[in-house]
Design a protein around this ligand. Structure first.
Ligand SMILES: [Zn+2]
Length: 449
């Protein structure tokens, strides 16, 4: 058995040892678990060379240098040395559609966003509940192996909850999607049904929020009602907003392909003209610190100021952004205004599938795409967009997205033999599965044998 770490340290066991397998099979035990890694990167604080984490049940109870922590661990603690890795908080994916995973490569990017909406609507109409559920499970598995430990997921087929939650170790925050334009369900009915669904799911392992789909696919009355119910009940909200120029044109100028299409489909278009999509959400009470506004690609300066003033978080999905070839994302303007920006994967339906390669949901690919969009931004900042900022957006600051005493033990390890100075860069450059993933104090990857 190989031993590593400073010579003065106690005997430590490798992750493929019997102890690690026992931990993996049985989850958190009463015994504390001491994990050593050559580099521990809490992200919110400077990285630690020859670092260690002490896990007690599902929580982190100490973080620091190996020598310090190892000398004070309780007798009987299990010890695991992960060796040449960077250990960091599990990634938080602030926007996904797990149930569209199996649509990878099936929809070709179209010149018109409205035409693409028609394509996905048609593709969805050919799917049954089993297709959505199996697609959801496939997406969840891809996220687990590639280091996502929490996902904010949009649920178009919420009947499969809570069953699919039980099939994944992922921490899932499921946002129940509402549209109201196509379904023609009265807003009161839609909100009441959602309320009942949330109450029924409250004892399950996942958490629930609400996702009015987008300003164009909803009506003002629904937005107002959802906003009111969210304030009264403490719901988290998310919505797609200002994703395409066609949506911007629809609200700002009451014209364009999206406007014409929805008008033909009998949407009441009297809410369009002389307003931006973001201002439209504000007019209907939706902007607030409980909202994750997804995409936000077409923004006026006033929109950015409004998002900042209302404490809204914005979710950018780099590969989806590239798929649609949108105007440059206004990251720097949002940052300067003080808007919290997070990253998300969106779905595999909006990822360009390279010839001969299988598209997978992988947050490292999103980070790399972001780094190519904004080459001047430091890797540490990019890691924050996938850890501490989404934790704050999801009202889970201090609980996930960090390695700190009291936080939940959601962590991942990436192989890295280079210097501590290059560790963040190495994390972003990582391809394939992570070396180790732990959620809630349980090893979830590699799969227990
Ligand atoms: Zn989306």
């Amino acid at each position: 058995m190989r031993r590593s770490g400073p010579q003065s340290t106690p005997t430590i066991l490798l992750p493929d040892s019997g102890t690690a397998r026992a931990e993996a099979r049985h989850g958190p035990t009463a015994q504390p678990l001491l994990i050593r890694a050559r580099i521990v990167a809490p992200v919110a604080r400077p990285s630690i060379e020859d670092g260690a984490l002490l896990i007690c049940g599902s929580k982190i109870c100490a973080v620091g240098r190996w020598r310090q922590i190892a000398s004070s661990v309780p007798a009987g603690a299990h010890k695991i040395d992960l060796g040449e890795v960077v250990l960091l908080p599990g990634l938080i994916n602030a926007h996904a559609h797990l149930d569209y995973t199996d649509m990878a490569g099936q929809l070709v990017p179209t010149r018109s966003f409205t035409d693409w909406i028609k394509l996905i609507t048609e593709a969805k109409s050919g799917w049954g509940p089993d297709d959505f559920a199996s697609s959801w499970r496939n997406g969840a598995e891809m996220l687990v192996r590639s280091g996502t430990t929490t996902v904010a997921d949009i649920e178009t087929a919420p009947d499969m909850l809570p069953d699919v939650w039980r099939d994944t170790p992922l921490r899932v925050i499921s946002f129940i999607e509402l549209t109201g334009v196509r379904s023609r369900i009265a807003p009161e009915t839609a909100v009441k049904e959602t309320q009942n669904r949330i109450a029924a799911l409250s004892s399950g392992p996942g958490r629930v929020g609400v996702a009015p789909h987008a300003p164009y696919s909803t009506i003002p009355a629904l937005l107002r009602m959802v906003a009111g119910a969210a304030r009264a009940r403490g719901w988290l909200l998310t919505t797609h907003v200002a994703e395409s120029m066609e949506e911007y044109e629809m609200f700002r100028h009451a014209r364009g392909p999206m406007f014409e299409w929805l008008k033909r489909n009998n949407r009441d278009m009297s809410d369009c003209g002389d307003i931006t999509p973001v201002a439209h959400l504000d007019r209907n009470g939706l902007l607030g610190p409980n909202l994750l506004a997804v995409h936000a690609n077409y923004l006026d300066p006033d929109d950015i100021a409004l998002l900042a003033r209302k404490g809204v978080s914005v979710v950018h999905c780099p590969r989806s952004h590239r798929y649609f070839n949108h105007a440059p994302f206004q990251y720097e303007n949002l940052l300067r205004a003080g808007v919290r920006v997070c990253l998300g994967t969106d779905s595999l339906a909006t990822v360009i599938v390279k010839r001969g390669r299988k598209a997978t949901l992988n947050f490292f690919e999103e980070m790399r795409e972001f780094a190519s969009e904004f080459p001047d931004r430091p890797p540490r900042e990019i890691l924050r967009l996938c850890t501490e900022t989404p934790a704050a957006a999801l009202r889970l600051s201090g609980q996930i997205g960090c390695l700190a005493p009291g936080a939940t033990a959601d962590l991942i390890a990436i192989p890295h033999e280079g210097s501590i100075a290059r560790a963040d860069e190495a994390v972003i450059a990582h391809e394939g599965s992570v070396a180790v993933s732990m959620i809630d104090g349980r090893f979830v990857w590699p799969l227990p044998t």
